[in-house]
Design a protein around this ligand. Structure first.
Ligand code: BV8
Ligand code: ZN
Length: 261
């Protein structure tokens, strides 16, 4: 594991980086689910193109108007992939840090829609871009779990108003739920350390969260096998995968909180 610290002296290895902090914000992207088998969008993850179309045009507001059945085919295809995926050591390290109260405040914000943080046991979670396992009515916003809907019923019909339903995710060109992004921004402004895991930091407005944290004095740590747009802003950029790095980062905090007898 290589540490590249653009502008600060770093401890011998990354594991000590989270010790001594009280308010942690964790922002995750597709990369934290890569080792579970969920393809990422950029960096060769395999979810970038489907049936010759780039994912940004499949996952777009325009495509919902233009071809809702195709949007359902695309999301049913991705849900099929996610169905075979389990949370990994990275998801579990964060969930364990939440349940063992290692920090006075631990805010988990994800750009992912795969539900793997919830499956790992994280409860307090901001899913900025929604959840692939839910449908939402085009008219009345009624939401329903897709496990309650016949998989051949596409587009699903809303049981409240009988209009069509769409995947309950935020698509490109759609605004996020104000309450979610604003609470993520508020937490970013008061955290004392911000840990960014598995995101290329390309997608707005989620990519503003670490910037706000840094601007408000937080230490910014990135975990990613590759450099990203965020790397130059980071205090520490750890070249490694979520499964390699996260258990180590949090284990050193556990020892600090509960030193061996
Ligand atoms: C909005 C749900 C206002 C759907 C998603 C031009 C410039 C700037 C911005 C824009 C622009 N044109 C339009 C915009 C705005 C646009 C945007 O940001 N576009 C980008 C592409 C430039 N944003 C929006 O439209 C947002 N809404 O801005 O509203 C508005 C309204 C109208 C018009 C304009 C503005 C809505 C964005 C939400 C989109 N929905 N998901 C779906 O999933 O299909 S976002 C989608 O990308 C996923 O959720 C994904 O999580 C997210 C971000 O990608 P990453 O998570 O970062 O994943 P990526 O593959 O990129 O990177 C993975 C990383 O992991 C890599 O760095 C890799 O190295 C690393 N990695 C790999 N393996 C591992 C690993 N890391 C650790 N461990 C490993 N093992
Ligand atoms: Zn409805």
């Amino acid at each position: 594991m290589a540490l590249s610290a653009p502008n600060t002296s770093v401890p011998d290895d990354g594991r000590m980086l989270l010790r001594g902090f009280k308010r942690l914000l964790v922002l995750t992207g597709a990369g934290i689910s890569a080792e579970s088998g969920v393809p990422t969008f950029r960096g060769g993850g395999g979810a970038a193109v489907w049936r010759g179309m780039p994912f940004e045009s499949l996952s777009s507001a325009r495509m919902v108007q233009h071809d809702l059945p195709l949007v359902w085919e695309w999301f049913d295809y991705r849900r099929g992939i996610v169905a075979g995926c389990e949370p990994n050591a990275g998801h579990r390290a964060i969930a364990d840090a939440q349940t063992s109260m290692l920090f006075d405040d631990l805010t988990l914000v994800t750009q992912n829609i795969d539900g793997l943080h919830l499956a790992a046991g994280s409860t307090d979670l901001i899913e900025l871009h929604g959840n692939i396992h839910q449908a939402r009515c085009l008219s009345c916003n009624f939401r329903q779990g897709l496990n309650e809907i016949d998989p051949t019923d596409r587009p699903p019909v809303c049981s409240e108003c009988f209009d069509s339903m769409r995947p309950n995710v935020v698509l490109f060109g759609e605004t996020l739920d104000d309450t979610l992004i604003l609470s993520a921004y508020e937490k970013a402004a008061i955290c004392d350390v911000c840990l960014v895991v598995g995101t290329s930091a390309v997608v707005y407005p989620a990519n503003q969260i670490p910037v706000i944290a840094k601007r408000n004095g937080a230490v910014l740590i990135e975990v990613n096998p590759e450099e990203t747009d965020l790397t130059p802003t980071c205090d520490h950029s750890i070249r490694g995968t979520a499964c390699e790095i996260l258990p180590r980062l949090f284990s050193s905090v556990t020892n600090q909180q509960h030193p061996a007898p």
